[in-house]
Design a protein around this ligand. Structure first.
Ligand code: COA
Length: 202
């Protein structure tokens, strides 16, 4: 059973699948977002949605099985949470199946330890026809001291799929602030770079 939930703290990781399978595991995403409804597809694609409508905050306590023998949490555990939060935001936006198309490179900026509360914030930056870029920010809280450290930030690209697994149009993304507009413009440039890299086989 998946114990992680958007916008609530969850205790106990779901460890049954590797990071990139989070959105291939459509049942989990559909459970969070509700099953795809072909009946209302048209209605959903004609109307835009603000970024705030799909923003996600997901928290999880780090357990011994998330870490190596020194108590340092594996990067893959953090990556999985990032992909999961990003997938929830993307699925919330399009209310249909999503798959992870790309994860941009990023660095782990500070260590995370067993017992830390990891919080992942994810929100859409940009949408194309069927693709979406989600920005993800991760921080870790030492619950005993209250110290919060920035673990990582990154960008992930998702593609919305119809019931037959073909790319499907997503609702427009409606910027609400100048900051939203700046993020959209920058995200569009990153998407062009991803597609160039994809052409080169990267
Ligand atoms: C992502 C995927 C659906 C794209 O399918 P495709 O048949 O190549 O589709 P298209 O070339 O028509 O592209 C569809 C959309 O995906 C986008 N896309 C494709 N590859 C991408 C990439 N590497 N990064 C970002 N966006 C990408 C395209 O730009 C297009 O967006 P648009 O509709 O907004 O213009 C397909 O490659 C796939 O299923 N990959 C595996 C996904 C997966 O299983 N992820 C989990 C891995 S563990």
């Amino acid at each position: 059973m998946c114990q992680t939930r958007p916008e609530v703290s969850a205790f106990g990781p779901a460890r049954s699948a590797p990071p990139c399978a989070a959105h291939g595991d459509t049942a989990r995403h559909e459970a969070l977002a509700g099953p795809p409804s072909d009946q209302s597809d048209q209605e959903k694609t004609v109307t835009g949605k603000p970024i705030s409508a799909s923003r996600v905050v997901l928290s999880q306590i780090m357990q011994p099985l998330d870490a190596n023998v020194s108590g340092n949490v594996h990067g893959g555990v953090i990556l999985r949470l990032m992909d999961e939060a990003g997938g929830v935001a993307a699925t919330r936006h399009c209310r249909a199946r999503t798959v992870t198309a790309a994860i941009d490179s990023f660095s782990f900026l500070s260590p995370v330890y067993v017992g830390n509360l990891v919080t992942v914030k994810a929100s859409l930056n940009w949408v194309g026809h069927s693709s979406m870029e989600v920005g993800v920010h991760v921080e870790a809280e030492d619950l005993r001291t209250g110290e919060i450290t920035h673990t990582a930030s990154g960008y992930l690209a998702y593609v919305c799929l119809d019931a037959d697994g073909r790319p499907r149009q997503v609702p427009a993304l409606l910027p609400e602030t100048d900051e939203d507009r700046r993020r959209m413009a920058e995200a569009e440039e990153r998407q062009q770079a991803r597609l160039k890299m994809r052409k080169r086989g990267g």
